[in-house]
Design a protein around this ligand. Structure first.
Ligand code: TPP
Ligand code: MG
Length: 577
């Protein structure tokens, strides 16, 4: 007779065999068997998060940073529901994640069991819910089903997005025959033929501009893209959530045009207008990424290669493997008679910055804080940036480190993503991660810092404390006549507060720009986590193109205290919430 093992042991064995070494989650009665199985498997570490959203972003950050399949686990009911925004981000950004979600025992389905989400007899339908935020969702109703569902789920996740397995407690404990291990070899995928692009490049007369997207990171194709860029002597811009795929030291920094779109660099439109050919590589160019470029792209010959066609009409080559397709393209353009002889090196590579209006009020300027961080950050550091004015400033002005990752979750743009993502990345990459997040994002999910402190992870949390949801304050000022504010907070002292709460945590407040270099330097020098909370102002306008355009359009100017005012500007009144 076959040897038998529990479904949970089967899952952990198979995941380990495909290279999974971390599971991120929060425990509970309907997922504890999986924690138990992980405990007895030497190669697998189960990490305990404080909130399932952050467990999901740990898995997302781990996967996005190229550390392998991100796996998250959660119990039934409220625990499972907390995963939804995290999985939504992974879905929108096509990040490979596997979610293992506990369910109450099947015998009680539709009979009023605690946390019933069977969809029966009026219960919430987890299958329907999670189908909407995943690329694969299956409720396992007999032990044998796991033998086919698990490899299907893993394969679906690798095609780009979260796969969900709903695992009732009794099924988790049931026995299945011990199987040979899954192979870690990925399924064969569609490798697009880049010949039409090679032909166009050979005919091109002038310079080439490349806009690179997040699929370059997903397919681990940075080196292949760099080879192509060097061959074409092209200028490269990246979409905001793919800042680390090109243009950093070692990856064509001297040809970098910066970031496209709302937080982007204005010179990119000119570069495109001036190009004989524009190549979109691994991006659909959504609105956040293409704002300000549509007119230029409409006028320049544009071709695309990637797993999904861009939102703009152009010739598109479908490929699920950019690494292979970019290599093929470089080969097609190498050797005697194959070179694209008409491509020209552009004369100047402009790297123009957005220039927000000068602000002379209280606090440290975003630009100053970001520059101070840039000056002290070593090469081998990864960066995760959160939402808001803080995020826009860091995306616009903070360069990627050599061989570093720069992660930002623009799929759903949910605040608080950075805290869990940094933890996932620190486990996966084993190097320091720097989080740049606003105080509002901190108040949402910053308590996950406790997990970094508990596991002594090398993460430096740089908080921009403007005592507000400042991006919303800016919107009130620019679009709602600046006559009230819902979005300012009663001031808090984050640095001192965290130092008191988590003994031994290096955590400081900085209110003077002159203190930034030493405070940031000290925070980066230690072994474990650290916090630097920088006092900023909610009245400063960040480098965010729509805000600057609105300012210009309304004829707004900077008032006597440095506060941007509009014609109708009236004094602030505290809004009643
Ligand atoms: C989960 C979530 N809720 C609401 C929003 C809308 N939103 C965008 S930015 C922002 C304020 C961000 O505040 P903070 O993190 O302090 O950054 P700041 O803009 O102050 O620099 C809000 C509420 C969002 N992006 N995500
Ligand atoms: Mg804030």
């Amino acid at each position: 007779m076959d040897r038998q093992q529990r479904v949970v042991d089967h899952i952990v064995d198979q995941l380990a065999a495909t290279g999974v070494d971390y599971l991120f989650g929060v425990d509970g009665a309907n997922i504890e068997d999986l924690y138990d199985a992980a405990y007895f498997h030497d190669g697998v570490t189960a990490v305990l998060a404080k909130h399932e959203f952050s467990a999901a972003t740990m898995a997302d950050g781990f996967s996005r940073a190229g550390c392998g399949l991100g796996v998250v686990m959660a119990t039934s009911g409220g625990g499972s529901l907390n995963l939804v925004p995290g999985l939504g981000e992974s879905l929108a950004s096509r990040v490979p994640v596997l979610a293992l979600i506990g369910q109450p025992p099947t015998a009680m389905d539709g009979r009023g069991s605690f946390q019933d989400t069977s969809g029966r007899n009026g219960a919430l339908d987890a299958q329907a819910l999670f189908s909407a935020v995943s690329v694969y969702c299956r409720r396992i109703t007999s032990a044998e089903q796991i033998l086919t569902a698990l490899p299907e789920a893993i394969a679906a996740a690798w095609r780009g997005g979260p796969a969900v397995l709903l695992l009732p407690k009794d099924i988790q404990q049931s026995l299945v025959p011990v199987r040979s291990r899954l192979s870690s070899a990925p399924e064969p995928t569609t490798v697009g033929d880049p010949w039409p692009i090679a032909r166009a490049l050979r005919r091109a007369r002038g310079s080439v501009t490349i806009i690179a997207g997040e699929q370059v990171a997903r397919d681990d194709a940075r080196d292949e893209l760099e080879r192509l860029r060097a061959l074409l002597r092209a200028r490269v811009a990246t979409v905001p959530d793919a800042k680390d795929v090109s243009g950093s030291p070692g990856l064509g920094s001297s040809s970098s045009l910066g970031v496209t779109g709302v937080m982007g660099h204005p010179g990119i439109a000119d570069a495109i207008r001036d190009s004989a050919l524009c190549l979109l590589i691994g991006t659909r160019l959504n609105v956040t990424a293409r704002t300000g470029l549509e007119e230029a792209l409409g006028g320049a010959p544009t071709m695309s290669m990637g797993s999904a066609a861009p939102y703009l009409a152009c010739t598109h080559i479908h490929t699920d493997d950019l690494k292979a397709s970019l290599s093929q393209l470089a080969m097609m353009l190498s050797g005697y008679g194959r070179r694209p002889n008409g491509v020209r090196v552009p004369e100047v590579v402009g790297h123009e910055e957005l220039v927000p209006p000068r602000y002379d009020g209280d606090g440290i300027r975003y630009r100053e804080a970001v520059s101070a961080l840039d000056a002290v950050l070593p090469d081998d550091v990864d960066i995760v940036v959160d939402a808001g004015n803080t995020g826009a400033s860091a995306i616009h002005n903070l360069p990627v480190r050599r061989s570093g990752r720069f992660i930002v979750a623009l799929g759903m743009g949910g605040m608080g993503y950075s805290f869990g993502a940094a933890i996932g990345m620190a486990f996966g990459r084993g190097r320091r991660v720097v989080v740049v997040a606003g105080d509002g994002s901190f108040f949402m999910h910053g308590m996950e810092m406790h997990t970094a402190w508990q596991y002594r992870l090398p993460i430096t949390f740089v908080l921009f404390n403007n005592n507000a949801h400042a991006m919303c304050v800016t919107r009130e000022q620019l679009y709602y006549r600046d006559i009230y504010s819902y979005n300012r907070f009663r001031p808090a002292n984050l640095g001192a507060g965290l130092a008191a709460m988590l003994p031994g945590l290096h955590s400081v407040n900085v209110a003077e720009a002159g203190q930034l270099p030493s405070a940031l330097g000290e925070a980066l020098a230690g072994d474990g986590p650290s916090v630097v909370s920088i006092e900023c102002s909610a009245d400063e306008i960040p480098p965010f193109a729509p805000f600057l355009a609105a300012l210009q359009k309304s004829g707004s100017h900077i008032g006597p205290q440095g506060r941007p005012t509009t014609e109708e500007s009236r004094p602030h009144v505290a809004a009643r919430a």
